[in-house]
Design a binder for this molecule. Structure first.
Ligand code: ZN
Ligand code: ZN
Ligand code: FE
Length: 758
């Protein structure tokens, strides 16, 4: 570092890139500079914070180090540049006007939970924002969901209609204030107004009282949140939850529960220190936790499931709702039957059939964003749904210059835009099975393109010809479509997250329910050797015919019968899947299998989990995706191992037949469901380790990537990590995007980016 010397004083031009706007970075720089007796200025342009400082060399050194080390809580510093410059002729340090560089991009901060300082003020009767439902500051509150354009300034947010009062303006303009340049600030005098729509419409503080009253009386209340409406009800009331379930047409799938704080969370679940840190993190995700056995929670929150998804209140409105002795609340996205979350004020009439009352306000939501869901697997963070609090933070993709759009898969769709060394993965959009979700997908693509000023030159899509996302890609007119095989994309997503050398091959184990294979079959139990240049399918589960696609997926008993048929085991009465169908259905199915009518061969690991769950008598029909596999994992956690089941390994084929046969024998012997479930998990773990070892015999590969929706299974993931590490492998799992199809877009983008660079 050379600096232009003037006595012992030097001048420096410093830039800071990353998430540095809308997070209080300039006032932080201002205070830091003054603390170190430096003069000069700080400002924003559309891409970074720029700083001119002059002062003693040693002070500038400390200043530059603290820019990174002591950055504000919501800031993410990606890059700092420093160069010598002339000493500034001034005797003060000031914040200068923002400069806009057309077409330039900055990083948009995610929405974050209301901070402790603001919560303290919320409860402080002496504070002028006492009980203000929209209290926020530079360190907290909505960002991504209220930004309508860049740069991030109040006129470019959904707060533009609210003129700041005199007091709020003076805080906004005071660099020493926590609300300096905090765009969404307001107060009782100038902010949005809360209202409760029940029999009558009531505004202000009384709206909270009425909503609380309704919730305490078993009503379902729609509550406007950050990224959309929630449906809320008393989580201790069977009646309230039963009604919500019938309104949402959601009989079994677990609901998330919101509590006021960690103390209330600990009454409901067993919480490790890692879990507590996640619950209290600014992203405030739903964390999947082991439920305590005796709690006040209704069993209808998560029927038959020993886990419970808990999140802490993250908006001031939620804090007000949960104040005092309020019971924990079910808080689930307001939507019906697989359509996207309702978030527009214009759509509130859709909420009438879903709720008895509506707690809303007049600050529009610009971007829909569901709650995120995560779990800890050992000490590894495993995202299950990535949305609020995480989106739209990018994944670093160094060297990526050509703008690429990846459109993701079909279920749990996300999209991803790559440009300038970043991959921006969208928030969870939903299952692309209806027009509403396709519309939500399109507007997300357009928003990301606009936000980051990107005109994609290549569109990456799943190779499945029938995926709505792939069809959209072919007709979008944005550029040539680059097709990526489903499981190759899964493996590439892990590589991208971990910043691996894109050309260095890894062993990728991609286990999921459904992915289009290059031979026209459905893949899903895949061992690949892969890098961005391609993949080799070195092993896979043996094909089993899947009779009648959707019917098989909804009815694990049908998959179990197909597995029995493939393994050559007779369909004898007394076996759960045999008894689950009547004779006519069984005959029809048998004819389908023997004549190979409307059967698609599949190597799906998800379907094998379904078959096993059915065979051991656990689950014959499902009402939500992966229900049988989830219940199989739950059952296994209380089991003790039986004599091991062993997969056949012959060439590239991994044959589940011997496992199926052994399970049938154990069923006939009367073994317990839990023991068989655990023994199956152990068999699969042994298979994973054996496959990796066999690959290593001929190829010098030491890194294994575990991916695909099956690896949401914590028991399996931990056992595979332990087994593989004991065998000397370096094991990579997902920590930024989900292992399920929510991570596909990142993998597609990674492959397309490296394959189509000019
Ligand atoms: Zn705050
Ligand atoms: Zn005000
Ligand atoms: Fe998949």
């Amino acid at each position: 570092m050379t600096s232009v010397m003037t006595g012992d004083h030097v001048g420096e031009h410093i830039t800071v890139a990353g998430v540095v706007q809308g997070v209080g970075f300039r006032p932080f720089v201002y205070r830091l500079a003054r603390e170190h007796g430096l003069v000069g200025h700080v400002g924003n342009d559309s891409t970074r914070v720029f700083i001119e400082v002059s002062g003693p060399t040693d002070q500038i050194e400390v200043f530059a180090r603290r820019l990174v080390d002591d950055a504000p809580p919501l800031a993410i510093v990606e890059q700092v540049t420093r160069e010598a410059t002339a000493v500034t002729v001034t005797d003060e340090f000031v914040i200068v006007e923002s400069r806009t560089i057309p077409g330039a991009r900055t990083l948009v901060a995610p929405d974050t939970a209301v901070c402790d300082d603001c919560v303290a003020e919320l409860w402080d009767p002496a504070n002028r924002r006492h009980r203000h439902p929209f209290i926020t500051c530079t360190n907290c509150g909505p960002r991504f969901t209220i930004i309508t354009a860049l740069p991030y300034d109040r006129p470019n947010t959904t707060m533009s209609a609210f003129g700041m009062c005199r007091q709020c303006s003076s805080e906004y303009l005071d660099p020493s204030d926590r609300r300096y340049h905090a765009q969404p600030i307001s107060c009782h005098d100038c902010g949005p107004v809360l209202s409760y729509v029940g029999e009558h419409v009531v505004e202000g503080g009384a709206a909270i009282d009425l909503a609380r009253h309704a919730l305490r009386n078993d009503q379902n209340v729609a509550v406007k949140g950050l990224g959309g409406f929630h449906l809320a009800c008393d989580a201790t009331s069977d009646d309230a939850i039963a009604r919500l379930r019938s309104r949402k047409h959601r009989p079994d799938k677990p609901f998330a529960v919101m509590v006021r704080d960690l103390v209330q969370a600990e009454e409901l679940a067993l919480i490790s220190s890692g879990d507590a840190a996640l619950l209290e993190s600014p992203a405030r995700p739903v964390v999947l936790l082991p439920a305590r056995s005796s709690t006040t929670l209704s069993p209808l929150v998560a029927p038959g499931n020993p886990m419970v998804g808990i999140m802490l209140a993250y908006t001031p409105v939620q804090h007000l709702l949960l104040e005092g002795s309020m019971p924990p609340l079910v808080m689930t996205s307001a939507n019906v039957g697989g359509t996207p979350i309702i978030y527009r004020d214009a759509d509130v009439e859709k909420l009438h059939t879903l709720s008895d009352g509506l707690l809303t306000h007049d600050r529009p939501i610009h971007v829909p964003c569901d709650d995120s869901v995560v779990r800890l697997v050992g000490d590894r963070l495993l995202p299950i749904r990535r949305a609020r609090g995480y989106a739209p933070l990018p994944v670093a993709m160094p060297g990526a210059r050509r703008p690429v759009l990846a459109v993701g898969g079909e279920l749990k769709n996300t999209c991803c835009i790559v440009s300038g060394g970043h991959a921006w993965v969208s928030q969870h959009i939903g299952d692309m099975e209806n027009f509403e979700t396709l519309q939500a997908f399109e507007s997300t693509v357009e928003r990301f393109e606009a936000m980051y000023s990107v005109a994609p030159e290549v569109i990456a899509a799943d190779a499945h010809p029938g995926y709505l996302s792939s069809r959209w890609a072919r007709t979008s007119g944005r550029g040539p479509v680059f097709e990526v095989q489903h499981h190759h994309a899964h493996v590439a997503a892990v590589m991208a997250e971990h910043g691996l050398d894109p050309h260095e091959p890894v062993i990728g184990l991609a286990f999921d329910g459904t992915g289009y294979g290059t031979d026209g079959t459905i893949w899903g139990g895949e061992a690949l050797i892969a890098n961005v240049d391609g993949y080799e399918r070195v092993a896979h589960l043996s094909y089993v015919p899947l009779p009648g696609g959707d019917a098989a997926i909804r009815n694990p008993c049908r998959v179990a019968l197909a597995h029995l048929w493939s393994a050559g085991v007779d369909w004898q009465r007394g076996l759960a899947p045999v008894d689950a169908l009547d004779e006519i259905e069984r005959d029809l199915l048998h004819r389908q299998l023997t004549r190979d009518v409307a059967c698609v061969p599949t190597s799906s690991m998800g379907r094998l989990f379904d078959a096993v769950a059915s065979l051991i008598g656990l689950r014959q029909h499902i009402t939500y995706e992966a229900q049988a596999a989830i219940e199989l994992e739950i059952a296994a956690t209380t089991g003790t191992p039986l004599d091991p089941y062993r997969f056949g390994m012959c060439g590239v084929e991994l044959d589940p037949g011997p496992v199926v046969t052994a399970i049938v024998e154990d069923v006939r012997r009367g073994c317990s469901v839990a023991d068989m479930a655990l023994t199956f998990h152990l068999a699969l773990t042994a298979l994973v380790v054996a496959v990796a070892r066999r690959i290593r015999e001929t190829r010098p590969l030491a890194t294994v990537a575990l991916t695909g929706g099956v690896f949401q299974n914590s028991l399996l993931t931990m056992a595979c990590v332990d087994g593989l590490e004991a065998a000397g492998f370096h094991v990579l799992t997902h920590h930024l995007v989900p292992p399920n199809d929510g991570g596909l877009a990142l993998g597609q983008a990674y492959i397309a980016t490296h394959r189509t660079e000019r």
